[in-house]
Design a protein around this ligand. Structure first.
Ligand code: DAH
Length: 345
């Protein structure tokens, strides 16, 4: 191997060792650069005699071409490797399953509320909605629960600025709705004629300082109110029994009206239901409070309690949802875990 062949072999080896483009360019400079080895050999030609210079010059040129070819080949190999790496990094796995757009569905409690509304509408009830931030008057005082009434202690709640509070029940809607109704039929009332009956339910969110497996600081209630000239406790029994049978799609349910106390009703009763079948069969389960609307409340509605009477009830849609679907922890409804919620689709 002559010196030129050795130089070409050496250059090959150095180019092969270069791992980065910058290494390669440095290696190139060592042979082909201004101070490179090949460049130095070219300079030597000047001092040679003509014949020798011819053959030596041709040999050096061939060596130079060989080194340049090796350099280009290595450059190309590096560029190819880089492209390969980039393609691999950005590779798409076309066998991955596509991402579907998730389909939402109604919350189980919303389903219950829709169900309740549908059933009561079919019995001629209106559906009303009211504010969740209430005044003391509508939440308590107008409902025959003055400031010093002990029943208030069971309704501890959250107070907001300006003396307002988060309503502890949907009962304030009894007053709000009745007052609006009375206003609408003012002329009829003033003329001493009969006013169309008030028949309404008011579902919505309510709040109390309470939290365990069966109590959540935010929960739902649905109020019911029927006021007229001949509305009796019997009507309450018929309406609520019909509701329970339709809601649970079964007539195999007994109802019990258990004497109780609420400031805004007299007499008052808790409504318990008992399934004749299924996992809860035989147990009495409380589902609502109810009663004949107290004369003071009828008066606060703007009506004469000697003429207008009726009943009210307040039930817990969350509880009804638990019973209907067999859920034993109320908090599951409000944790927002889609693994739980998607079971109700
Ligand atoms: N508001 C009552 C509560 O939250 C429930 C209730 C009881 C509502 C009797 C009524 C009723 O309308 O007549 O405990």
């Amino acid at each position: 191997m002559n010196d030129l062949e050795a130089l070409v072999a050496e250059a090959h080896a150095r180019f092969a060792q270069a791992l980065h483009p910058a290494d390669l360019e440095n290696a190139k400079a060592a042979y082909l650069g201004k101070a490179g080895r090949l460049t130095a050999l070219m300079k030597d030609l000047a001092s040679m005699d003509v014949e020798l210079r011819k053959t030596r010059g041709a040999d050096i040129n061939r060596a130079k071409q060989a080194i340049e070819a090796a350099l280009n080949a290595r450059r190309q190999a590096m560029a190819d490797a880089e492209l390969d790496a980039q393609l691999r990094a950005e590779a798409l796995d076309v066998t991955l399953p596509g991402r579907r757009r998730g389909q939402g569905s109604l919350h189980p409690v919303s389903r219950t509320l829709e169900r309740i509304e549908g059933i009561f509408r079919s019995m001629g009830f209106d559906v009303a909605e009211g504010p969740e931030i209430e005044t003391d008057w509508f939440n308590f005082t107008a409902l025959n629960t003055p400031a010093d009434h002990p029943a208030r202690s069971m309704h501890d709640t959250f107070y907001v600025e300006g003396g307002h509070l988060l309503r502890t029940h949907t009962s304030p809607m009894q007053i709000r709705h009745a007052v609006a109704h009375v206003k609408r039929y003012r002329d009829v009332l003033d003329a001493g004629e009969g006013m169309p009956e008030i028949r309404v339910i008011a579902p919505g969110r309510t709040y109390r300082v309470d939290s365990d497996a069966t109590h959540s600081p935010m929960f739902h209630q649905c109020e019911g109110l029927w006021i007229g000239e001949r509305v009796s406790f019997k009507d309450l029994k018929v309406v609520f029994t019909g509701f329970c049978h339709t809601f649970f799609e079964s007539r195999d349910i007994a109802l019990r009206f258990r004497p109780s106390f609420f400031p805004f009703t007299e007499p008052s009763a808790e409504i318990d239901i008992q399934f004749g079948h299924g996992p809860l069969a035989g147990r009495w389960l409380e589902v609502a409070g109810s009663g004949q609307v107290h004369p003071n409340v009828v008066r606060n509605m703007g009506l004469d309690p000697e003429r207008y009477i009726g009943f009210a009830f307040g039930m817990g849609p969350d509880r009804l949802t638990m019973l209907r679907y067999g859920v034993n922890d109320l908090r599951l409804f409000f944790d927002g875990d889609v693994r739980f919620l998607s079971q109700f689709q």
